[in-house]
Design a protein around this ligand. Structure first.
Ligand code: KG4
Ligand code: ZN
Length: 353
C-alpha cells in the first residue's frame, strides 16, 4: 500500500490530490482543484504570467485542502509526485518548487511526473460513479486535450510500463493544433467564451447537421495516423464571414457548430479505429478534456467493435489525482528521488514526448 500526494500546475488548473495505491488499484482520497478559467476568459485564452502568479497564491491552500479532506498528515505520505513537464514553464516551476519544499522539510521522496503519463493514468482511477474502469490490453489510448492530440498503442498495464512508454507507444499525433485548440479557436471566431469546446458541442446538439458545411479534414490518407487541424480555423473564419454578410449566421449556428465538430471528431474516430484494427487492440481509452464531447462518444458507440472507456469527467480535465497515480506507478518502480537528487530537479516546458 502507498499514500501519494500529487501536485499539478502545468497550465491553468492548480490541483493537489491524495491517492491510495494498493495492488494496481488507484483510489483518490481527495482532489482539490482551483480552476483559473474565469481569470483567463477576458483574454480568450491562457495568459502564462497570469497563470503562474495565480498558482503562487493557490498552491498552499490547495495542498492543505487536499490533505485535510483526505484526513492525511504529510508525515503519513510515502511520496510526493509533481508534474515537471511539459507545460507553461512559469506555472510548472510553482508546483515543482512547492513539492521540493514540502518533500525536503518532511523528508519524503519526490517523484517527477510527465503530464501526459498522468493523462494516460486517469483511465485507471477509481471513482465513486463508475468504480475502476476495466482497460483490456493491448489498448489504444486517444489523448485529446487543449494541448495534445496523441494516439498511443499500449501493450500492458501501468505497473509494467517502461520509462520510455510515451515514446515507445506513440503511434500518431497532431502536426499543428491540438483537437481542443481547434475547438477553442473555432469557438472564438464564432464569439463563444473560452474554452469553447463545450459551447460548440452544446450548439451542435440543437439539431445541427454535421454535413451541412464541407470543412477541411487534414491528412485524409487512409493509412495515416497523424492529425492536422490548422486549415480548419481559416475555413471557419471565411464561412462565418460569408454567413454574417448574408445575415444568416445566427440561424445557421447549430449547423456550423455540428460541421466544425464533425471535422475535428471524424479523423480522431477513424484513426483510433484504424490503430485498433492494426494492433488487434481489445479496448479504446479516451482521455483529456475533449473526451467530454458528445458526438465523439456517439460515433465510438456506433462504430467501435471493442469497448470504449472514458474516465470519470472530473479526471479527464487536468487534475492532480492522475499525477498522483502516475507518481505511484513510478515510485513503485523505484523512480522516487531523495533530497540529494530532487533539490536539482528542474521543470521543462517542452518534453521530447
Ligand atoms: O485536458 P484539458 O482540461 O486541458 C488540457 O490539458 O489542455 O482539456 C481542455 C480542452 C479545451 O480545449 C476544451 O474546449 C475541451 O477540452 N473540451 C471540449 C468539451 N469539453 C471540454 N471539447 C469538445 N467538446 C466538449 N464537450
Ligand atoms: Zn492536460
Amino acid at each position: 500500500m502507498g499514500l501519494i500526494l500529487g501536485i499539478e500546475t502545468s497550465c491553468d488548473e492548480c490541483s493537489a490530490s491524495v491517492l491510495m495505491h494498493e495492488r494496481g488499484v488507484y483510489s483518490p482520497l481527495s482532489v482539490s482543484t482551483f480552476s483559473q478559467i474565469e481569470l483567463h476568459q477576458p483574454y480568450g485564452g491562457v495568459v502564462p504570467e497570469v497563470a503562474s502568479r495565480n498558482h503562487l497564491e493557490q498552491i498552499d491552500p490547495v495542498i492543505w485542502d487536499a490533505l485535510g479532506r483526505a484526513k492525511v498528515e504529510v508525515e503519513d505520505l510515502d511520496a510526493i509526485a509533481v508534474t515537471n513537464r511539459p507545460g507553461l514553464i512559469g506555472a510548472l516551476l510553482v508546483g515543482v518548487t512547492a513539492a521540493k519544499a514540502l518533500a525536503y522539510v518532511k523528508r519524503k521522496p519526490l517523484v517527477p511526473v510527465h503530464h501526459l503519463e498522468g493523462h494516460l493514468m486517469s483511465a485507471f482511477l477509481k471513482s465513486p460513479k463508475q468504480g475502476t474502469p476495466e482497460v483490456l490490453f493491448p489498448a489504444v489510448f486517444l489523448l485529446v486535450s487543449g494541448g495534445h492530440t496523441n494516439l498511443y498503442s499500449v501493450e500492458s498495464a501501468p505497473e509494467s510500463w517502461p520509462a520510455t512508454l510515451l515514446r515507445d507507444a506513440l503511434a500518431g499525433s497532431s502536426m499543428d493544433d491540438a483537437a481542443g485548440e481547434a475547438f477553442d479557436k473555432s469557438a472564438k471566431i464564432l464569439g463563444f467564451p473560452y474554452p469553447g469546446g463545450k459551447w460548440i458541442d452544446e450548439e451542435a446538439r440543437k439539431g445541427g447537421n454535421p454535413s451541412a458545411f464541407d470543412l477541411p479534414r487534414g491528412l485524409k490518407q487512409k493509412d495515416s495516423l497523424a492529425f492536422s487541424f490548422s486549415g480548419l480555423k481559416t475555413a471557419v473564419a471565411l464561412l462565418a464571414q460569408r454567413l454574417g454578410k448574408e445575415g444568416v449566421l445566427e440561424s445557421a449556428l447549430p449547423d456550423v457548430c455540428a460541421s466544425i465538430q464533425e471535422a475535428i471528431i471524424d479523423p480522431m474516430v477513424r484513426k483510433s479505429l484504424l490503430l485498433q484494427k492494426m494492433k488487434g487492440a481489445k479496448s479504446i481509452v479516451v482521455v483529456g478534456g475533449v473526451a467530454a464531447n458528445s458526438r465523439l462518444r456517439e460515433r465510438f458507440l456506433k462504430e467501435s467493435p471493442v469497448p470504449v472507456i472514458y474516465p470519470d469527467l472530473q479526471y479527464c480535465t487536468d487534475n492532480a489525482a492522475m499525477i498522483a497515480a502516475a507518481g505511484a506507478v513510478r515510485f513503485a518502480q523505484g523512480y522516487g528521488l531523495d533530497s540529494s537528487a530532487f533539490l536539482k530537479l528542474n521543470a521543462f516546458a517542452i518534453a521530447e514526448h
